[in-house]
Design a binder for this molecule. Sequence first.
Ligand code: GDP
Ligand code: MG
Length: 304
Amino acid sequence: MSLPAAPDDTSQHRAGYVAIIGRPNVGKSTLLNRLVGEKVSIVSPKAQTTRLRITGIVTRPGTQIVFVDTPGYQTAHRSTLNRLMNRSVSAAIEEVDAAICVVEALRFDERDQAVMNLIAPGLPAVLALNKIDRVDDKKRLLPFIERLAALRDFAAVVPVSASKGTQLEALLDATTSLLPPGPAPFDGDELTTVSERVLAAELLREKLFRLLGEEVPYGTAVEIERFETRGGLRRICAAILVAKNSQKGMVIGKGGEKLKTVGTQARHDMERLFGGKVHIELWVKVRSGWADDPSALKRLGYTE
Ligand code: GDP
Ligand code: MG
């Protein structure tokens, strides 16, 4: 009588890093969060919300994938921040085992092409056509898939809806098959490699993007000045940096109302993600030119 194979046979285990790339606003961060099952990367209807490389870890039986969300690759706005963000995309893609290239279903232009060109010819890649929930006539997807499949040798093309969670198993399966064999580098319950400090700053930035008008958030940054954990309580002091004096009032709002809402909403997200109580103190500082100041950018975490 022969013994059955051990179910946790590590020689069959696969693990690796996978970059999620695409032009701004195609839904990369939404996809990452949906795959991980928690909000590790911030999302907004405004383009260029993601500035840092954020990771999300997905652990399934036999596989662990560390997804790397990247800022949308910029072709305009030549600030030092944008240059750093582009370098961060290029660097991310050099370090990974595979890539998921995200485009919007039925929308492909030269910005998508520019991103696709960043993927080295030898890097295995899956093409995800996102936002298929917006496509009523699914027959229109076929010629679109054919057109894109001709541009590069993708291992698979998977239509998905990140916000609805459609077809994500298929995307995970296609991605898993591109990974090398190896043990899981992280514990199964870890969601990200990013520090709580950085996640806190990002969640505050997301609220600024959501609650403020068009012009303010792009000139805004969040600097965590103190982050202390005692028992189950996290105490966070953060400064919101704005570019101009006139923006200070907009962030604070009438009677401090806007700032309060930013803090409350960010706190709810943090308590969920960190699994404990959070106390936030916020203030607003005018600091012009931070997006072109290398030392300020370094303090804010925008390094290569
Ligand atoms: P990123 O810039 O590529 O990271 O894009 P985000 O994840 O921030 O998403 C940009 C916008 O697209 C947000 O308003 C999302 O809610 C929206 N979005 C993302 N995925 C989907 C989807 O599958 N369907 C629809 N209809 N909208 C989506
Ligand atoms: Mg994003």
